[in-house]
Design a binder for this molecule. Structure first.
Ligand SMILES: Nc1nc2c(c(=O)[nH]1)N=C([C@H](O)[C@@H](O)CO)CN2
Length: 118
């Protein structure tokens, strides 16, 4: 299967386990790979037949800001579920980094893979 991807999507959102984190916005960096058969869109040069990475980037930011949670694990799971259902995506790999979370690490985060590639 082919993929449509988004790399390094940077959003500012409320996320974190501790009380002080619920009162601020922090940076998350998101990488997303989505399984898709891209040939159908290429055949007649049609955006409607593929996954619109611009629209999906906006949806991720809106989703994160509308659904504040403690853990990036929870956010990853919920974004994955939302995208797979709303766009009929059969497989995706989603990585969320929280670069400001550990002062002496470049970044920390989670990566999940959901669905089937076949
Ligand atoms: N595996 C995780 N570990 C931690 C998370 C998380 O979301 N997943 N979150 C925190 C705090 O919110 C942290 O980012 C701030 O100190 C700690 N560990």
């Amino acid at each position: 299967m082919d993929k449509v991807y988004i790399e390094g999507l940077t959003i500012q959102t409320t996320i974190g386990f501790y009380q002080w984190e619920k009162e601020i916005k922090q940076k998350l960096v998101i990488d997303l790979q989505m399984g898709w058969h891209t040939a159908a869109a290429a055949e007649n040069d049609e955006l409607a037949k593929t996954l619109d990475y611009a629209q999906i980037s906006q949806e991720i930011e809106t989703f994160a800001n509308s659904n504040p949670v403690d853990l990036i694990e929870t956010l990853a799971e919920r974004i994955a579920e939302y995208l797979m259902i709303s766009h009929s995506i059969p497989w995706l790999k989603l990585k969320i980094g929280k670069p400001g979370a550990v002062f002496n690490a470049a970044t920390v985060g989670v990566e999940i893979e959901r669905g089937s590639r076949s």
